[in-house]
Ligand binder design. Structure first.
Ligand SMILES: Cc1cc2nc3c(=O)[nH]c(=O)nc-3n(C[C@H](O)[C@H](O)[C@H](O)COP(=O)(O)OP(=O)(O)OC[C@H]3O[C@@H](n4cnc5c(N)ncnc54)[C@H](O)[C@@H]3O)c2cc1C
Length: 463
């Protein structure tokens, strides 16, 4: 067999599974079609860590509760930005009061602590900038905010350092059962293995002919990232439960807020703005840094390990709380595989991420000390977010280092400032070309055909 376990898909779940399995004496590879892991994780680096209150399905709630608890430990161990902000689920009208009262009783039934129903005065005390009408609200201290991309990268880096082989830029074409083990065919190779963990959400392969799951119709989420005067505007995640206009707000880990509106279909900018404004108050459009639409999935996630004896585990469905669920799902899958393969713990497992500096968060003394060791930390590349050349080089040279401009942006935060890369993008492209020994015209933004520079406009000997 080529591998004991093949993990297919390098999203947050695939990376978390690779990390959990890397604690055992197993020969593991992860196959991902893109240039980087976690390429599909939400672009705004502030996901809600749910607490099991809001979801209707009991099993999903259990996974959220588990994931919520586990994330606190994982994020502190791997220095991933995480904050337990708390949340307010607001009833603006009488119909919604009934909804949140039912939700509260369900939370109590599920044994969820740190949750209470509060009146409008208490809500305004907790969020003084809130202007919408409040009848009642559920206040939960459990909800948090996490950087999903940092989390996925952290899982992947530790898994990589513990021997997982990350096969990037390789697309899975099929999975088949053999008389012993399984065969995975990619666009580059054919592999045999004892176990496949398939986390690829959309594809059905030869092995999946008898598998079905119920997909819910996805809705559309419109996100607006608000900065400047919205810095520290809300301290908590705020959900409005109004049935005909679902909207929420998330405090980002860098101080702004996200205003989000959920609709059945894609809406134009002004409709989304009006909806978000009804939660946040009149929005100064000059403070909107980014707007984007995305599908909002509500499928129940099914971890199907019914064929573990034949070596197949499949994760089915897509859900808005997948980042919260990931640690719990990874734990379940790992238990199922290691007991089936009777795996032993790895003695030399290192549960630590290689150190890195977030330069702008350091004191002057710490900055001086690092610059005296490496002058490149004294050269600011992204002026808006104070990201140094040293940090950019480190993110390229680290385990599973960035190979695309998007990879650098997500790892360091460069170009996410007010100028959106107008000042620093060309410098980042040059550093990436130099560090990876490529031509400038070979550097890509994200995917295969997304070249940053199409070609020269004048034929000089050097660029
Ligand atoms: C707008 C939005 C907001 C969200 N907000 C939250 C939130 O607040 N809280 C929360 O907990 N979660 C949230 N989520 C959920 C979460 O960000 C994503 O759903 C999650 O990242 C999906 O994780 P995944 O690993 O299961 O799937 P994916 O990230 O889709 O991973 C699958 C991977 O498989 C790869 N792949 C696909 N096909 C192949 C192939 N043939 N061969 C090899 N590789 C392949 C893909 O490139 C991808 O990397 C949100 C999602 C969205 C879209």
């Amino acid at each position: 067999m080529d591998y004991d376990v093949l993990v297919l898909g390098g999203g947050i779940i695939g990376c978390a599974v690779a990390y959990e399995l890397s604690k055992y004496n197993l020969n593991i590879a992860l196959i991902e079609k893109d240039y980087d892991v976690a390429d599909d994780v939400a672009m705004v680096n502030a996901d809600i860590v749910y607490d099991g209150i809001e979801c209707k399905d009991g099993l999903m709630a259990k996974l959220e509760i588990m994931g919520n608890k586990m994330l606190e430990e994982v994020t502190s161990k791997f220095k991933v930005p995480f904050k337990r902000t708390g949340s307010l689920i607001i009833a603006e009208d009488e119909k919604s009061v009934k909804t949140i009262e039912d939700m509260y009783l369900r939370a109590k039934d599920r044994g969820i602590d740190n949750v209470e129903i509060i009146d409008n005065n208490e809500v305004y005390k907790l969020e003084p900038n809130l202007t919408i009408e409040v009848k009642k609200a559920i206040y939960s201290k459990n909800i948090g905010v996490v950087s999903p991309y940092d989390l996925a990268i952290a899982y992947a880096e530790v898994a990589f350092d513990n021997g997982v082989n990350f096969r990037l830029e390789e697309e899975v074409l099929d999975i088949q059962k053999l008389s012993k083990g399984l065969k995975v065919t990619t666009n580059k190779n054919k592999f045999t293995c004892k176990v496949v963990v398939n986390t690829i959400p959309k594809d059905m392969y030869s092995i999946d002919t008898d598998k079905t799951y119920e997909k819910e119709k996805s809705e559309i989420l419109t996100y607006m990232l608000l900065e400047n005067e919205y810095k520290n505007y809300f301290s908590k995640v705020v959900f409005s439960m109004k049935e005909d206009e679902k909207k929420y707000s998330v405090p980002t880990l860098t101080g702004g807020i996200i205003g989000a509106s959920i609709t059945q279909n894609v809406v134009d900018f002004s409709t989304a703005l009006n909806s978000v404004s009804r939660l946040i108050g009149n929005i100064n459009t000059e403070s909107i840094k980014t707007v984007y639409h995305s599908n909002f999935y509500r499928d129940n996630i099914i971890v199907d390990d019914s064929e573990i004896n034949q070596g197949y585990v499949k994760v089915m469905g897509r859900n808005y709380s997948q980042v919260t669920l990931a640690p719990a799902i990874a734990n379940l899958i790992c238990e199922s595989i290691t007991s089936s393969l009777k795996s032993k713990n790895k003695k030399n497992f290192i549960d630590k991420r290689r150190d890195f500096y977030k330069f702008r968060e350091l004191s002057i003394e710490e900055k001086d000390q690092i610059i005296s060791l490496d002058k490149r930390y004294g050269k600011i590349i992204c002026m808006c977010n104070q990201i140094t050349e040293g940090e950019i080089i480190d993110c390229i040279r680290r385990p599973l280092g960035a190979r695309t401009v998007e990879g650098i942006k997500r790892r360091t935060g460069a170009t996410f400032g007010n100028c959106q890369g107008a000042y620093c993008l060309s410098k980042i492209v040059s550093i990436l070309a130099r560090e990876t020994d490529k031509k400038l015209t070979e550097i890509i933004k994200d995917s295969k055909h997304s070249k940053m520079l199409i070609g020269r406009i004048k034929e000089f000997n050097e660029m």
